[in-house]
Design a protein around this ligand. Structure first.
Ligand code: LLP
Length: 432
Protein backbone atom coordinates (compact mmCIF):
# COMPACT_ATOMS: atom_id res chain seq x y z
CA UNK A 1 0.00 0.00 0.00
CA UNK A 2 2.84 2.41 0.83
CA UNK A 3 6.38 2.51 -0.54
CA UNK A 4 7.81 1.04 2.66
CA UNK A 5 6.36 -2.18 4.05
CA UNK A 6 6.68 -1.08 7.70
CA UNK A 7 3.92 1.54 7.27
CA UNK A 8 0.26 0.83 7.88
CA UNK A 9 -3.07 2.39 8.78
CA UNK A 10 -4.66 1.69 12.18
CA UNK A 11 -8.34 1.51 13.16
CA UNK A 12 -8.44 5.27 13.70
CA UNK A 13 -7.37 5.81 10.11
CA UNK A 14 -3.95 7.07 11.20
CA UNK A 15 -0.63 6.17 9.61
CA UNK A 16 1.58 3.91 11.71
CA UNK A 17 5.30 3.20 11.50
CA UNK A 18 6.64 0.06 13.09
CA UNK A 19 3.23 -0.27 14.76
CA UNK A 20 3.31 3.21 16.34
CA UNK A 21 0.67 5.85 15.51
CA UNK A 22 2.43 8.74 13.76
CA UNK A 23 -0.10 11.31 14.97
CA UNK A 24 0.74 10.33 18.55
CA UNK A 25 4.45 10.80 17.78
CA UNK A 26 3.73 14.23 16.29
CA UNK A 27 1.77 15.17 19.40
CA UNK A 28 4.37 13.80 21.80
CA UNK A 29 7.57 15.11 20.18
CA UNK A 30 6.33 17.99 18.01
CA UNK A 31 6.97 18.53 14.31
CA UNK A 32 8.90 18.53 12.05
CA UNK A 33 10.08 15.15 13.24
CA UNK A 34 12.29 12.48 11.72
CA UNK A 35 11.06 9.02 12.69
CA UNK A 36 13.00 5.79 12.09
CA UNK A 37 11.80 2.24 12.48
CA UNK A 38 14.74 0.51 14.16
CA UNK A 39 13.60 -2.97 13.17
CA UNK A 40 13.53 -1.92 9.54
CA UNK A 41 17.13 -0.67 9.78
CA UNK A 42 18.13 -3.98 11.37
CA UNK A 43 16.24 -6.01 8.79
CA UNK A 44 18.09 -4.31 5.91
CA UNK A 45 21.46 -4.84 7.64
CA UNK A 46 20.67 -8.54 8.04
CA UNK A 47 19.55 -8.97 4.46
CA UNK A 48 22.82 -7.52 3.19
CA UNK A 49 24.89 -9.52 5.62
CA UNK A 50 23.09 -12.81 5.04
CA UNK A 51 23.32 -12.45 1.28
CA UNK A 52 27.06 -11.74 1.55
CA UNK A 53 27.40 -14.91 3.64
CA UNK A 54 25.28 -17.01 1.30
CA UNK A 55 26.55 -15.75 -2.05
CA UNK A 56 30.21 -15.11 -1.29
CA UNK A 57 30.88 -17.53 1.54
CA UNK A 58 31.00 -14.73 4.07
CA UNK A 59 34.34 -13.58 2.62
CA UNK A 60 33.46 -9.94 2.92
CA UNK A 61 32.05 -7.18 5.02
CA UNK A 62 29.04 -4.91 4.68
CA UNK A 63 29.95 -1.38 5.74
CA UNK A 64 27.08 1.04 6.30
CA UNK A 65 27.78 4.39 4.59
CA UNK A 66 27.11 6.69 7.51
CA UNK A 67 26.80 9.81 5.32
CA UNK A 68 23.24 8.63 4.60
CA UNK A 69 22.28 9.11 8.24
CA UNK A 70 24.64 9.33 11.17
CA UNK A 71 24.09 9.84 14.86
CA UNK A 72 25.46 7.95 17.84
CA UNK A 73 22.42 5.70 18.22
CA UNK A 74 22.52 4.77 14.53
CA UNK A 75 26.19 3.81 14.94
CA UNK A 76 25.24 1.66 17.94
CA UNK A 77 22.56 -0.16 15.97
CA UNK A 78 24.94 -0.75 13.05
CA UNK A 79 27.60 -1.98 15.45
CA UNK A 80 25.11 -4.28 17.11
CA UNK A 81 24.23 -5.78 13.71
CA UNK A 82 27.92 -6.56 13.14
CA UNK A 83 28.40 -4.31 10.12
CA UNK A 84 31.41 -2.14 9.36
CA UNK A 85 31.13 1.62 8.84
CA UNK A 86 32.12 4.01 6.09
CA UNK A 87 32.89 7.55 7.27
CA UNK A 88 33.75 10.52 5.13
CA UNK A 89 34.82 13.22 7.55
CA UNK A 90 36.36 13.78 10.93
CA UNK A 91 32.87 14.46 12.26
CA UNK A 92 31.47 11.12 11.12
CA UNK A 93 34.54 9.35 12.53
CA UNK A 94 34.14 11.18 15.85
CA UNK A 95 30.46 10.22 16.04
CA UNK A 96 31.27 6.56 15.41
CA UNK A 97 34.13 6.39 17.90
CA UNK A 98 32.09 8.19 20.58
CA UNK A 99 29.35 5.61 20.01
CA UNK A 100 31.88 2.87 20.77
CA UNK A 101 32.31 1.63 17.20
CA UNK A 102 35.29 -0.70 16.73
CA UNK A 103 37.88 1.42 14.82
CA UNK A 104 39.12 -1.68 13.01
CA UNK A 105 35.75 -1.88 11.23
CA UNK A 106 35.78 1.72 10.01
CA UNK A 107 36.86 2.90 6.55
CA UNK A 108 37.64 6.58 5.89
CA UNK A 109 36.68 8.09 2.53
CA UNK A 110 36.87 11.53 0.97
CA UNK A 111 38.40 13.28 -1.99
CA UNK A 112 40.07 15.97 0.09
CA UNK A 113 40.84 14.74 3.58
CA UNK A 114 42.70 17.28 5.65
CA UNK A 115 45.95 16.49 7.45
CA UNK A 116 44.01 16.72 10.72
CA UNK A 117 41.53 14.12 9.49
CA UNK A 118 44.30 11.81 8.30
CA UNK A 119 46.09 12.15 11.65
CA UNK A 120 42.85 11.43 13.49
CA UNK A 121 42.24 8.32 11.37
CA UNK A 122 45.81 7.03 11.70
CA UNK A 123 46.04 7.64 15.43
CA UNK A 124 42.65 5.97 15.94
CA UNK A 125 43.90 2.79 14.20
CA UNK A 126 40.94 2.60 11.88
CA UNK A 127 40.60 -0.39 9.56
CA UNK A 128 41.05 1.28 6.18
CA UNK A 129 41.84 4.63 4.71
CA UNK A 130 40.54 4.85 1.16
CA UNK A 131 43.10 7.04 -0.61
CA UNK A 132 41.66 9.26 -3.31
CA UNK A 133 44.64 10.93 -4.97
CA UNK A 134 48.40 11.02 -5.22
CA UNK A 135 48.98 14.01 -2.95
CA UNK A 136 46.92 12.33 -0.24
CA UNK A 137 49.10 9.23 -0.64
CA UNK A 138 52.25 11.26 0.00
CA UNK A 139 50.73 13.10 2.97
CA UNK A 140 49.45 9.87 4.47
CA UNK A 141 52.82 8.11 4.08
CA UNK A 142 54.43 10.97 6.01
CA UNK A 143 51.77 11.11 8.72
CA UNK A 144 51.84 7.32 9.21
CA UNK A 145 55.63 7.51 9.61
CA UNK A 146 55.32 10.26 12.22
CA UNK A 147 52.90 8.13 14.22
CA UNK A 148 54.99 4.99 13.73
CA UNK A 149 51.97 3.20 12.21
CA UNK A 150 51.31 1.25 9.04
CA UNK A 151 47.65 1.83 8.13
CA UNK A 152 45.79 -0.36 5.65
CA UNK A 153 44.93 1.58 2.56
CA UNK A 154 42.71 1.06 -0.47
CA UNK A 155 42.59 3.13 -3.63
CA UNK A 156 39.44 4.77 -4.89
CA UNK A 157 39.27 3.98 -8.60
CA UNK A 158 37.09 5.50 -11.31
CA UNK A 159 36.21 2.42 -13.30
CA UNK A 160 34.82 4.42 -16.23
CA UNK A 161 31.26 3.15 -15.83
CA UNK A 162 28.16 5.26 -16.43
CA UNK A 163 25.62 4.36 -13.77
CA UNK A 164 22.59 6.04 -15.41
CA UNK A 165 21.58 8.11 -12.41
CA UNK A 166 21.30 11.82 -11.54
CA UNK A 167 24.36 13.82 -12.65
CA UNK A 168 25.03 15.06 -9.11
CA UNK A 169 25.36 11.54 -7.69
CA UNK A 170 27.25 9.87 -10.57
CA UNK A 171 30.83 9.11 -9.65
CA UNK A 172 32.22 6.24 -11.75
CA UNK A 173 33.04 8.21 -14.92
CA UNK A 174 36.38 9.82 -15.73
CA UNK A 175 35.08 13.36 -15.24
CA UNK A 176 34.66 13.04 -11.49
CA UNK A 177 36.40 14.64 -8.55
CA UNK A 178 36.63 11.24 -6.85
CA UNK A 179 39.44 8.77 -7.26
CA UNK A 180 42.15 7.65 -9.67
CA UNK A 181 41.35 7.14 -13.35
CA UNK A 182 41.91 3.72 -14.89
CA UNK A 183 41.86 4.69 -18.56
CA UNK A 184 44.76 7.13 -18.33
CA UNK A 185 47.05 4.78 -16.41
CA UNK A 186 46.88 7.12 -13.42
CA UNK A 187 45.57 4.39 -11.11
CA UNK A 188 48.25 1.90 -12.11
CA UNK A 189 51.08 4.39 -11.59
CA UNK A 190 49.65 5.27 -8.20
CA UNK A 191 49.55 1.61 -7.15
CA UNK A 192 53.25 1.33 -8.03
CA UNK A 193 53.89 4.34 -5.83
CA UNK A 194 51.81 2.89 -2.97
CA UNK A 195 53.73 -0.38 -3.08
CA UNK A 196 56.93 1.56 -2.54
CA UNK A 197 55.56 3.35 0.54
CA UNK A 198 57.22 2.08 3.70
CA UNK A 199 54.48 3.13 6.08
CA UNK A 200 51.39 2.05 4.15
CA UNK A 201 49.91 -1.39 3.62
CA UNK A 202 48.17 -1.49 0.23
CA UNK A 203 45.23 -3.85 0.71
CA UNK A 204 42.85 -3.24 -2.10
CA UNK A 205 40.86 -1.24 -4.57
CA UNK A 206 37.54 0.53 -4.24
CA UNK A 207 34.95 1.92 -6.60
CA UNK A 208 31.58 3.57 -6.11
CA UNK A 209 29.77 4.28 -9.35
CA UNK A 210 26.90 6.41 -8.08
CA UNK A 211 23.74 6.38 -6.03
CA UNK A 212 20.06 5.40 -6.44
CA UNK A 213 20.92 2.92 -9.20
CA UNK A 214 18.21 0.41 -10.15
CA UNK A 215 20.02 -1.58 -12.77
CA UNK A 216 22.47 -4.28 -11.61
CA UNK A 217 24.36 -4.36 -14.94
CA UNK A 218 26.58 -1.31 -14.23
CA UNK A 219 27.56 -2.86 -10.87
CA UNK A 220 28.51 -6.06 -12.70
CA UNK A 221 30.51 -4.13 -15.28
CA UNK A 222 32.34 -2.25 -12.54
CA UNK A 223 33.12 -5.48 -10.67
CA UNK A 224 34.54 -7.01 -13.85
CA UNK A 225 36.70 -3.95 -14.59
CA UNK A 226 38.00 -3.97 -11.03
CA UNK A 227 38.97 -7.65 -11.15
CA UNK A 228 40.79 -6.97 -14.43
CA UNK A 229 42.72 -4.24 -12.63
CA UNK A 230 43.51 -6.62 -9.77
CA UNK A 231 44.86 -9.08 -12.37
CA UNK A 232 47.01 -6.38 -13.95
CA UNK A 233 48.48 -5.52 -10.54
CA UNK A 234 49.25 -9.19 -9.94
CA UNK A 235 50.76 -9.81 -13.38
CA UNK A 236 52.76 -6.65 -13.73
CA UNK A 237 53.63 -5.75 -10.16
CA UNK A 238 53.53 -9.20 -8.62
CA UNK A 239 51.24 -8.01 -5.84
CA UNK A 240 48.14 -9.81 -4.64
CA UNK A 241 45.22 -7.47 -3.98
CA UNK A 242 43.28 -8.95 -1.08
CA UNK A 243 40.25 -6.68 -0.91
CA UNK A 244 37.74 -5.38 -3.42
CA UNK A 245 35.37 -2.69 -2.24
CA UNK A 246 32.44 -2.16 -4.60
CA UNK A 247 30.87 0.82 -2.81
CA UNK A 248 27.17 1.48 -2.38
CA UNK A 249 24.50 2.99 -4.58
CA UNK A 250 21.61 0.53 -4.51
CA UNK A 251 18.35 2.16 -5.50
CA UNK A 252 15.31 2.23 -3.23
CA UNK A 253 11.60 2.62 -3.72
CA UNK A 254 10.63 6.27 -3.28
CA UNK A 255 7.52 5.92 -5.43
CA UNK A 256 5.31 2.94 -6.09
CA UNK A 257 6.47 2.74 -9.69
CA UNK A 258 10.10 2.26 -8.58
CA UNK A 259 11.16 -1.34 -8.71
CA UNK A 260 14.66 -1.83 -7.30
CA UNK A 261 16.21 -5.29 -7.51
CA UNK A 262 16.36 -7.03 -4.13
CA UNK A 263 19.78 -6.78 -2.42
CA UNK A 264 19.96 -10.57 -2.52
CA UNK A 265 19.88 -10.51 -6.34
CA UNK A 266 22.56 -7.83 -6.43
CA UNK A 267 24.82 -9.87 -4.16
CA UNK A 268 24.22 -13.07 -6.16
CA UNK A 269 25.09 -11.44 -9.46
CA UNK A 270 28.10 -9.52 -8.18
CA UNK A 271 29.53 -12.59 -6.46
CA UNK A 272 29.15 -14.55 -9.66
CA UNK A 273 30.97 -11.92 -11.72
CA UNK A 274 33.82 -11.63 -9.22
CA UNK A 275 34.20 -15.41 -8.90
CA UNK A 276 34.18 -16.11 -12.62
CA UNK A 277 36.46 -13.16 -13.51
CA UNK A 278 38.95 -14.28 -10.84
CA UNK A 279 38.94 -17.79 -12.23
CA UNK A 280 39.30 -16.64 -15.81
CA UNK A 281 42.14 -14.24 -14.97
CA UNK A 282 43.83 -16.59 -12.50
CA UNK A 283 43.73 -14.37 -9.44
CA UNK A 284 42.74 -15.33 -5.92
CA UNK A 285 39.29 -14.19 -4.93
CA UNK A 286 39.55 -11.00 -2.89
CA UNK A 287 37.34 -10.30 0.10
CA UNK A 288 34.42 -8.11 -1.01
CA UNK A 289 33.35 -4.98 0.83
CA UNK A 290 30.12 -3.13 0.02
CA UNK A 291 28.92 0.21 1.36
CA UNK A 292 25.13 0.56 1.30
CA UNK A 293 23.89 3.82 2.77
CA UNK A 294 20.53 4.87 1.33
CA UNK A 295 19.19 1.30 1.13
CA UNK A 296 19.65 0.83 4.88
CA UNK A 297 18.55 4.27 6.10
CA UNK A 298 15.96 5.57 3.62
CA UNK A 299 13.16 2.99 3.79
CA UNK A 300 13.31 3.01 7.60
CA UNK A 301 12.60 6.72 7.94
CA UNK A 302 9.74 9.16 7.48
CA UNK A 303 9.35 12.86 8.25
CA UNK A 304 6.28 14.29 9.97
CA UNK A 305 5.14 17.87 9.45
CA UNK A 306 2.20 19.97 10.55
CA UNK A 307 0.23 21.74 7.83
CA UNK A 308 -0.06 25.51 8.19
CA UNK A 309 -1.24 27.56 5.24
CA UNK A 310 -3.18 26.25 2.28
CA UNK A 311 -3.17 28.40 -0.84
CA UNK A 312 -5.31 27.53 -3.85
CA UNK A 313 -4.32 29.41 -6.98
CA UNK A 314 -7.18 28.76 -9.44
CA UNK A 315 -6.04 27.13 -12.66
CA UNK A 316 -2.46 27.00 -11.42
CA UNK A 317 -1.87 24.86 -8.35
CA UNK A 318 -2.56 24.36 -4.67
CA UNK A 319 0.21 24.97 -2.19
CA UNK A 320 0.05 23.11 1.12
CA UNK A 321 2.71 24.61 3.39
CA UNK A 322 4.36 22.68 6.19
CA UNK A 323 6.50 23.63 9.18
CA UNK A 324 9.76 22.29 7.66
CA UNK A 325 11.14 22.22 4.14
CA UNK A 326 14.51 22.41 2.41
CA UNK A 327 16.25 22.87 5.75
CA UNK A 328 15.27 19.31 6.80
CA UNK A 329 14.90 17.82 3.29
CA UNK A 330 16.99 19.56 0.63
CA UNK A 331 16.62 16.72 -1.87
CA UNK A 332 13.86 18.26 -3.97
CA UNK A 333 15.62 21.56 -4.45
CA UNK A 334 18.91 19.73 -5.16
CA UNK A 335 17.83 16.78 -7.29
CA UNK A 336 14.07 17.19 -7.86
CA UNK A 337 13.72 13.94 -5.91
CA UNK A 338 10.22 12.61 -5.67
CA UNK A 339 8.54 11.26 -2.56
CA UNK A 340 5.25 9.74 -1.53
CA UNK A 341 3.28 11.76 1.03
CA UNK A 342 0.26 10.92 3.18
CA UNK A 343 -1.94 12.99 5.47
CA UNK A 344 -1.17 10.88 8.53
CA UNK A 345 -4.47 11.60 10.28
CA UNK A 346 -6.48 10.86 7.10
CA UNK A 347 -4.44 7.90 5.91
CA UNK A 348 -7.46 5.70 5.17
CA UNK A 349 -9.00 8.32 2.87
CA UNK A 350 -8.46 8.61 -0.87
CA UNK A 351 -5.65 10.82 -2.11
CA UNK A 352 -8.02 12.87 -4.20
CA UNK A 353 -5.99 15.93 -5.11
CA UNK A 354 -2.56 16.77 -6.48
CA UNK A 355 -0.73 19.48 -4.55
CA UNK A 356 2.60 21.17 -4.13
CA UNK A 357 3.95 20.68 -0.63
CA UNK A 358 5.92 23.80 0.22
CA UNK A 359 8.34 24.45 3.04
CA UNK A 360 8.56 27.50 5.27
CA UNK A 361 11.93 28.81 4.07
CA UNK A 362 12.31 32.12 2.36
CA UNK A 363 13.04 30.59 -1.03
CA UNK A 364 10.59 29.83 -3.88
CA UNK A 365 12.29 26.54 -4.68
CA UNK A 366 11.77 25.35 -1.11
CA UNK A 367 9.39 22.53 -1.94
CA UNK A 368 9.03 18.96 -0.72
CA UNK A 369 7.47 18.06 -4.03
CA UNK A 370 5.11 19.11 -6.80
CA UNK A 371 2.09 17.31 -8.20
CA UNK A 372 1.93 15.04 -5.19
CA UNK A 373 -1.25 12.98 -4.79
CA UNK A 374 -2.58 13.75 -1.31
CA UNK A 375 -5.69 13.57 0.85
CA UNK A 376 -7.35 16.98 1.28
CA UNK A 377 -4.93 18.67 3.69
CA UNK A 378 -5.95 21.50 6.00
CA UNK A 379 -4.26 23.54 8.66
CA UNK A 380 -3.40 21.36 11.66
CA UNK A 381 -3.20 18.10 9.71
CA UNK A 382 -0.05 15.99 9.96
CA UNK A 383 1.72 15.15 6.71
CA UNK A 384 4.10 12.21 6.55
CA UNK A 385 6.70 12.18 3.79
CA UNK A 386 7.91 8.64 3.26
CA UNK A 387 11.31 7.02 2.76
CA UNK A 388 13.17 10.10 3.99
CA UNK A 389 15.65 8.23 6.20
CA UNK A 390 18.68 8.87 3.98
CA UNK A 391 20.31 12.18 3.09
CA UNK A 392 17.64 14.26 4.84
CA UNK A 393 18.80 14.66 8.43
CA UNK A 394 22.41 14.25 7.24
CA UNK A 395 22.05 17.09 4.72
CA UNK A 396 19.85 19.32 6.86
CA UNK A 397 20.79 22.93 7.55
CA UNK A 398 19.87 25.86 9.74
CA UNK A 399 18.87 28.04 6.79
CA UNK A 400 16.72 30.91 8.07
CA UNK A 401 18.06 29.98 11.51
CA UNK A 402 15.52 27.21 11.73
CA UNK A 403 16.44 24.68 14.46
CA UNK A 404 16.95 21.10 13.24
CA UNK A 405 14.15 18.65 14.07
CA UNK A 406 14.46 15.85 16.60
CA UNK A 407 15.08 12.25 15.55
CA UNK A 408 12.98 9.52 17.12
CA UNK A 409 13.48 5.75 16.85
CA UNK A 410 10.47 3.44 17.20
CA UNK A 411 10.82 -0.21 18.07
CA UNK A 412 8.29 -2.82 19.14
CA UNK A 413 5.59 -0.26 19.87
CA UNK A 414 7.89 2.07 21.87
CA UNK A 415 9.52 5.34 20.82
CA UNK A 416 12.60 7.17 22.06
CA UNK A 417 14.49 10.35 21.20
CA UNK A 418 17.90 9.68 19.68
CA UNK A 419 18.70 13.25 18.63
CA UNK A 420 17.12 16.13 20.53
CA UNK A 421 15.36 18.95 18.72
CA UNK A 422 17.58 22.01 18.42
CA UNK A 423 16.57 25.08 20.36
CA UNK A 424 17.06 28.77 19.64
CA UNK A 425 19.87 28.59 22.22
CA UNK A 426 21.58 25.98 20.02
CA UNK A 427 21.22 28.34 17.08
CA UNK A 428 23.32 31.03 18.76
CA UNK A 429 25.63 28.59 20.58
CA UNK A 430 28.73 29.50 18.60
CA UNK A 431 27.90 33.15 18.02
CA UNK A 432 30.23 35.59 19.78
N1 LLP B 1 30.34 4.65 -0.66
C1 LLP B 1 30.81 5.80 -1.17
C2 LLP B 1 32.24 5.93 -1.42
C3 LLP B 1 29.95 6.86 -1.45
O1 LLP B 1 30.42 7.98 -1.96
C4 LLP B 1 28.56 6.71 -1.16
C5 LLP B 1 27.63 7.81 -1.41
C6 LLP B 1 28.12 5.50 -0.61
C7 LLP B 1 29.03 4.49 -0.39
C8 LLP B 1 26.68 5.25 -0.26
O2 LLP B 1 25.85 5.30 -1.36
P1 LLP B 1 24.30 4.91 -1.23
O3 LLP B 1 24.25 3.43 -0.95
O4 LLP B 1 23.75 5.71 -0.12
O5 LLP B 1 23.73 5.28 -2.54
N2 LLP B 1 23.10 13.12 -1.31
C9 LLP B 1 22.74 12.25 -2.41
C10 LLP B 1 23.50 10.97 -2.39
C11 LLP B 1 25.00 11.16 -2.37
C12 LLP B 1 25.75 9.87 -2.28
C13 LLP B 1 27.19 10.12 -1.97
N3 LLP B 1 27.98 8.94 -1.82
C14 LLP B 1 21.23 12.02 -2.37
O6 LLP B 1 20.56 12.53 -1.48
O7 LLP B 1 20.69 11.34 -3.23
Amino acid sequence: MFVSDNLNVNDNGNLTIGGVDTTVLAEQYGTPLYVFDENKIRESCRRFKESMDRCYGGNGIVCYASKAFSCMEMCRVIKDEGLGLDVVSGGELYTALKAGFDPAKIGFHGNNKTDEELKYAVSSDIGHIIVDNISELARLEKIAGEFGKKPHIMFRIKPGIDAHTHDFVKTGQIDSKFGFALETGEAFEAVKEALSCENLDFMGVHCHIGSQIFDIAPFEEAARVMVEFIAKIKNELNHEVRELNLGGGFGIKYLNEHDPAPYETYMERISKVVRSACEELSVNQPAILIEPGRSIAAPAGITLYTVGARKEIPGIRTYVSVDGGMCDNPRYILYQSEYEAVVANKASQERDENVTIAGKCCESGDLIGENMPLQHAESGDIIAVLATGAYNYSMSSNYNRIPKPAVVFVKDGESRIVVKRETFEDIIRNDV
